[in-house]
Each structure stands twice: as structure tokens, then as C-alpha cells.
Design a protein around this ligand. Sequence first.
Ligand code: PGA
Length: 231
Amino acid sequence: MKFLVANWKMNGDVEFVENFLKKINSIKTENQIVVCPPFPLLYKFKNFSHFLGAQNCSDRKNGAFTGEVSPLLLKDLGCKYVIIGHSERRRIFNESDEMIFEKYKTLTELGINPIICVGETEKARPEWRDVLSIQLSKFKNDENLSKAIIAYEPVWSIGSGETPTTSEIHEVLSFIKQTTNSKCPTLYGGSVNIKNISDILPIPSVDGVLIGGASLRIEEFSEMIRYAERI
Ligand code: PGA
């Protein structure tokens, strides 16, 4: 069983969801398809035949936190997964490893599965082991880690069309598995599309992929789901 996680980022609208659901709801698969739309579109997924996720959440369940989104509400709306620590959150919104760990603790307490994103910048590429060790340090011995998924997303690969080689992906994901005692599935994310999924998804350490841009191209995304079914 492989995971295909769609991260729409701040894209999509009501009409787009309706077209997306028409197409994707009818696809049967043994794999785990998770779609993470923007918060205001979550309500449209009531009769979704796959799994629903969100792209971020507060580390608090409720209270005086203007503009934040409670993971309790995400659970009510049917979210089984929440992406945390995406590099865009780290870089643009200054989220720290501490903040990401607080979100993880709240999510696992509520029975929601966190998808923890880690990855090095272009500049830190030669030191990826050090970067990942720091990003994983709080999680690696946590008793709830088996409820999470770790997504390796090299920052330089996101939206750029560039990907690491298959052996590089395998090396990094094996390192993550080793660091975490293989407690949770490991995904690759960064410029995954219909052309390279056939190289990436069969890699033994790849338990699935996190797909940004290509998940917004409905035909291409459904092709990717169908492809995953065949391997
Ligand atoms: P991309 O984005 O597939 O467009 O590179 C992946 C992500 O940021 O999760």
C-alpha cells in the first residue's frame, strides 16, 4: 500500500473541487489517497471516497487565537491527516521545530495523523544529514511517532521541476527510517509528476509521495492514482 498525498496549497475554488470530486470519487484503489485542500474548501468533501487532510493547524484546541484553525474542527470536518512543518510554513511563516512539535503533540492526542515535512535547502544540500537530524530530533523517540508520516521534501525540489536521483531519495529515506527506527511511513515530495512517478514510487523506502502542482491537474493526478494501482 502506498500513499498519494495531494497538497493543493492556496489553490482551487468551489468549481474546481466539484470537477475534481466528479473524477476522483469514481476511482477505486487499494492505495491511500489523501487530499489536502485549503481550509474553506474542506466542507465540500463530505462524500469523499478517499481520505481528507489539512495543510496546517493550530497547536491549540480552542481559545483566543484570532485567525488560527483548531485541529478539533478539522477532525469534525473529517480530516484524518494534517500536514505540519511544510517548508513554506517554516520559511515564510517562521515556524520553528518547537512549534511543529507542539502541533504534532496536539494532533496525535486527538487521533489525527500528522504528516511531518522535513528537508534541506539548496545551500544546505551537502549537510542534509545534519539538517534532517535536527528536524527529526524531537520526534524520533516519541511514543506516538507510529501515528505519523514523515515526508522528505528537499526545499530546492519543491515547484522547481528538479528532483534528487532515485538513489539519493533512497539514501535519505533510509536515513529517516534508521533515525526513527522505522516507526512510520516515509514519503518523498518535490516536483512529483506523471513522468517521474514511475521512477520514484517503486523505490523500496518510498511508502508514498506528496504531490503539489501535479495534484491540481485533475487528469494527471487521476493518471498517477491509476499508475500506483499497477505497481
Ligand atoms: P510540488 O510541491 O509537487 O509542486 O513540487 C510539493 C509540496 O510542496 O508539497
